[in-house]
Ligand binder design. Structure first.
Ligand code: SF4
Ligand code: SF4
Length: 367
């Protein structure tokens, strides 16, 4: 692969790490950036203008909780004016009266609302926030009343895997267009809480059957996306659609990263918007080029006929489990470390039940 990269399709813009919830699987780094480290309004606007020039088609406005940025309407107006599709990724808690209307008026295209449990106690326990469920449901109703398309994102793990049928009913009752049943990826806080979050194999198999049945029964009514759990897979997912291939992310301080957990790879150096242009980083950053395409691959990926399907899987998972970001993702059955995934499942599932919800939460006020 030596051709110049094509323009990116999407950017995940993490406007802030601040969030009213403390989800025990949050993909944000263990050390969150404080508000005074966030890019200014003008810097984000300049970044979005450059992204549009670069050819980016969609921007996911995320966090933390992106509605904590009072300038969110300005960002959406700027992107709408440039014809860039905007998706607001929100926890749906603490959104002031009239705010969703203003975001809609600014030109917002889509809302993705995360719900931690189909039942209120699960949401409250996982996000460590009392009363969160009713606020989320109210946000969902307001989004649908405004005529905005709504996706419900349901991160799945041991403590809510039996709620998958209830999540499907909830998405239908909220008139969502899409439901993402997304098994937790073990990075960030999820890696720290891996033993308490890991489901058992029988529960995962039941979940797959339930989702497949619902996908076929609800065709044309509710689209259901399924993100399979890596630790139970035989092949990895194409993380981010391939490293620096279609999309990238921006941290609240303007750090440009190929994916959420990329900063856990100690051999790579990442750059900030402002010190270098987005275009230059996308095309020329050594960190972006480190795992782009398939030239970097070693065996067994190098000669594998799936190498342009999954792009060798997740570099951060290879780093976390194999200790080498260039290794084949251990989620792959061809990895010499694949057995390690089964061992980690076994280790988690053999925890005494008294430790089953011994979560580690981020401290309030940290961000
Ligand atoms: S995963 Fe939870 S804590 Fe993390 S940003 Fe999303 S809502 Fe907030
Ligand atoms: S060997 Fe590499 S390219 Fe082949 S399936 Fe496994 S991770 Fe994918």
């Amino acid at each position: 692969m030596s051709d110049a990269p094509l323009p990116p399709i999407g950017i995940l813009a993490e406007l802030t790490h601040r969030c009213p919830l403390q989800c025990v699987y949050c993909s944000n780094p263990l050390e969150l950036l404080k508000a005074d480290k966030e890019l200014s309004t003008d810097a984000w606007l300049a970044l979005f203008e450059e992204a549009a020039d670069l050819g980016v088609l969609q921007i996911h406005l995320s966090g933390g909780e992106p509605t904590l940025r009072p300038d969110l309407e300005q960002f959406i107006s700027c992107l709408a004016r440039r014809g860039v599709y905007t998706n607001l990724i929100t926890a749906g808690v603490g959104i002031a009266e009239g705010r969703m209307e203003r975001l809609c008026d600014a030109g917002l295209d889509h809302v993705q609302l995360s719900i931690q449990g189909a039942r209120a106690p699960t949401t409250e326990k996982i996000g460590n926030n009392r009363g969160a469920q009713e606020k989320k449901l109210e946000t969902a109703r307001r989004v649908v009343e405004l005529g905005l398309p709504l996706t419900i994102n349901a991160p799945i793990h041991r403590h809510n895997i039996e709620e998958v049928p209830a999540f499907i009913d909830l998405a239908l009752s909220l008139r969502a267009q899409r439901l993402e049943i997304a098994n937790v990826q073990y990075a960030g806080w999820a890696l720290l809480n891996r033993n308490t979050l890991m489901p058992d194999r029988e529960a995962v198999e039941r979940q797959v059957e339930i989702v497949e049945e619902a996908q076929s029964r609800l065709q044309g009514i509710l689209a259901i996306d399924f993100v399979a759990p890596d630790y139970f897979a035989i092949y990895p997912k194409p993380c981010m659609g391939g490293w620096a291939r279609d999309a990238f992310m921006i941290a609240p301080d303007g750090m440009v990263l190929p994916c959420h957990a990329a900063a856990t790879i100690p051999t790579l150096h990442f750059e900030r918007f402002g010190e270098r242009s987005l275009t230059d980083i996308w095309l020329n950053s050594p960190a972006f080029n480190a795992f782009r395409g398939d030239d970097w691959m070693l065996e067994p990926c190098r000669s594998c006929d799936r190498r342009e399907i999954d792009w060798g899987g997740c570099r951060c998972q290879a780093m976390a489990i194999a200790g080498d970001a260039a290794a084949t993702d251990p989620a792959c059955v061809k990895s010499p470390l694949h057995n390690r995934m089964a061992m980690l499942i076994g280790e988690a599932n053999s925890l005494p039940s008294s430790n089953a919800d011994d979560f580690r939460y981020r401290r309030i006020g940290r961000a």
